[in-house]
Design a protein around this ligand. Structure first.
Ligand SMILES: [Fe+2]
Ligand SMILES: [Fe+2]
Length: 313
């Protein structure tokens, strides 16, 4: 097995345009989301910033890319199709891993008109044939994709919520299987990266936007361990941690990949990671790549190096 991997995370591209949306598509909560897009999000999320990030990613050339949700605004079938075209331009399903965000489950939409379009970028390397027949959030997540020394474990916290709420929930079934996968991949000696859309550390997110089972998630991480947890949703950089016996797990959240940066703390970023190892230690290099407003380019604004014990050793 190759003992190094470089990968990147981007999040919350909210890449679709609602310019040509018909009023008849805007029943229920979607109307609120549409008005929010017209008032604020249309100026905040810019395709030229996302294109600039994509050009930069071609230069930095990570071996794998993870996208932590919110590709759409209001979960319209046409937005899922636009996002699929974008995914195809980013890389093959084997090289890009996607999990959904709350905006991708804004209202209930049948799988065939929504996540079916992204399924190749979301499913596990090995998915049981029975689950392929009837794919759903319940059968696809948690996903497990192993690349070199890294296990990418994808969760879905995306569920429709009431108007004015943007909460998420993982649920008991996913959490139980998450524990099993964390144990399995620990025994395999892999560097375990858990991906979810909502910030998982209790108390760090506003009540109306929180992960409602964050406590349960942290208990699973404390019991089975993980090397890194990555999320989106907050549209700003978050560097946090989950305490586990004897050590802690770093938790990173990043701004939207398309943010034009009217508010400097929300300017678009992506993170570049290099995972390496020695006998008993994981070595993780992290580079924060930030959009330079007005210059259509990205530059390194922070670099750090972390070491953590290999729990299988
Ligand atoms: Fe978002
Ligand atoms: Fe979100």
């Amino acid at each position: 097995m190759k003992n190094e991997l470089t990968f990147a995370q981007l999040s919350d591209p909210h890449l679709s345009s609602l310019e040509n949306v018909h009023w008849s598509d805007l029943a229920s909560k979607r109307l609120l989301g549409y008005l929010s897009w017209r008032k604020r999000r249309r100026a905040e999320h810019r395709s030229e910033v996302l294109e600039s990030m994509q050009r930069d990613l071609r230069q930095t050339a990570p071996e794998h890319l993870v996208i932590t949700g919110d590709l759409t605004h209001i979960s319209l079938p046409d937005e899922f199709r636009q996002a699929r075209d974008w995914l195809e331009s980013l890389g093959t399903p084997g090289d890009v891993t996607v999990i959904p965000g709350n905006h991708d489950a804004y209202v209930e939409v049948p799988w065939e008109k929504s996540f079916a379009h992204w399924q190749p970028w979301m499913v596990s390397d090995e998915m049981p044939e029975s689950n392929r027949q009837t794919p759903s959030s319940e059968t696809v997540f948690p996903s497990l994709r192993i690349r070199g020394p890294v296990a990418f474990i994808g969760l879905s916290s995306a569920r429709p919520s009431a108007p004015f709420l943007a909460t998420g929930r993982i649920g008991a079934d996913q959490l139980e299987r998450l524990g099993e996968i964390l144990e399995l991949t620990r025994r395999q000696g892999l560097f375990r990266v858990v991906l979810l859309h909502h910030p998982p550390v209790p108390g760090e997110e506003k009540w109306r936007k929180r992960l409602t089972d964050a406590d349960s998630f942290c208990r699973v991480i404390a019991r089975f361990g993980a090397e890194l947890v990555l999320h989106g949703h907050r549209h700003r950089a978050v560097q946090s941690r989950i305490e586990i016996p004897g050590t802690h797990v770093p938790v990173f959240g990043i701004p939207s990949a398309s943010s034009s940066g009217h508010q400097p703390e929300r300017a678009a970023q992506y993170y570049l990671y290099r995972v390496g190892q020695s006998d008993n230690t994981w070595k993780l290099d992290v580079a924060v790549m930030s959009h330079v407003t007005g210059q259509n380019r990205f530059s390194v604004t922070q670099e750090s190096h972390l070491e953590m014990p290999r729990q299988s050793a």
